[in-house]
Design a binder for this molecule. Structure first.
Ligand code: ZN
Length: 180
């Protein structure tokens, strides 16, 4: 396994439509393993393949709920291949969202509370399920990535541009600091 570089805004690849995963090859299995290692290291709770510069319809989620056991978060990895959200609740909920491709920036985003999704799991089995709470938020956020949509697109144009400028400036400052 290896850590993969995570691309950040304003990388145009983040705006690409990801293509379906055609078959579960060894390369896809390796990508999934590398994505988990990268996500846990970051750390994050969700990661879409396009964020590691592979524009395929594949995403992983692990909420790593810290309340379930003493100290160490419980790992509960979920793999969604070619996921589709097929139903949205009328009720909505607001969560403070962040994104590994938009480091250190957070915003309150309103989304449907519950969703129903269809996907293929890592063994190639077709699955269907209902999600609520943080799992629902995370799944919607990650499926957006597959369609080139970022959580900042839910903000006003002014706020969105400000967030991107902040990320670019922080990255430039980091790069500058490294030369000293
Ligand atoms: Zn994200």
């Amino acid at each position: 396994m290896s850590l993969l570089p995570i691309i950040e805004v304003p990388d145009p690849l983040l705006r690409a439509q990801s293509a379906p995963v055609e078959s579960l090859t060894d390369a896809v299995a390796r990508l999934i393993a590398d994505m988990f290692e990268t996500m846990y290291e970051a750390p994050g709770i969700g990661l879409a393949a396009v964020q590691v510069a592979v524009p395929r319809r594949l995403l992983i989620i692990d909420l790593q709920d810290p309340e379930e056991e003493d100290g160490e978060p419980v790992k509960r990895p979920h793999v969604f291949i070619n996921p589709e959200i097929v139903e949205w609740s009328d009720t909505t909920k607001i969560y403070n969202e962040g994104c590994l491709s938009i480091p250190d920036q957070y915003a309150e985003i309103e989304r449907p509370d519950r969703v129903r999704a269809r996907w293929t799991d890592e063994k190639g089995k077709p699955r269907e399920g209902d999600f609520d709470g943080l799992m629902s938020v995370c799944l919607q956020h990650e499926v957006d990535h597959l369609n080139g949509v970022l959580f900042i697109d839910h903000l006003s144009r002014l706020k969105r541009d400000m967030v991107v400028r902040k990320v670019v400036k922080a990255r430039r400052d980091r790069e500058k600091a490294a030369i000293l």
